[in-house]
Design a protein around this ligand. Structure first.
Ligand code: SF4
Length: 116
């Protein structure tokens, strides 16, 4: 039986399909140029900094509003793969590790691998 968590991750893998033809170099440039965390850290501390958050909540808070979260996630799945660590694409490392096999099964990735 498929758990709710798996359905959630499968939905994310489907959503990332739109980026499957984007080159890794293009994704990297997009994230470096537009990622929220790539800009200067704001002078005011974010209000979540003092809160006790789960890794999933922390990732969601850190990446909230990032215009290139999907590009960041796709890039990290390609480059970090199953060994991914830290916060990328609005997901915790545990969630990305669980997402990775679902993402690999999508479309052409299963046939050609992920590096381009
Ligand atoms: S999704 Fe998160 S980690 Fe990725 S660029 Fe945006 S803010 Fe940074």
């Amino acid at each position: 039986m498929t758990s709710y968590n798996n359905l959630w991750l499968i939905g994310i893998a489907w959503r990332l399909d739109r980026l499957r033809w984007a080159s890794t170099a293009l994704l990297g440039a997009c994230v470096r140029g537009n990622g929220l965390c790539m800009a200067e850290f704001p002078a005011d501390q974010p209000d979540w900094l003092d809160q006790q958050l789960t890794d999933r909540e922390l990732a969601a808070a850190m990446c909230e509003g990032c215009p290139v979260a999907d590009e960041c996630l796709e890039l990290e799945l390609r480059t970090g793969g199953a060994d991914t660590v830290g916060v990328w694409g609005g997901l915790s490392a545990d969630d990305r590790r669980e997402l990775h096999p679902h993402w690999l099964r999508r479309g052409e990735r299963a046939e050609r691998g992920v590096a381009r």
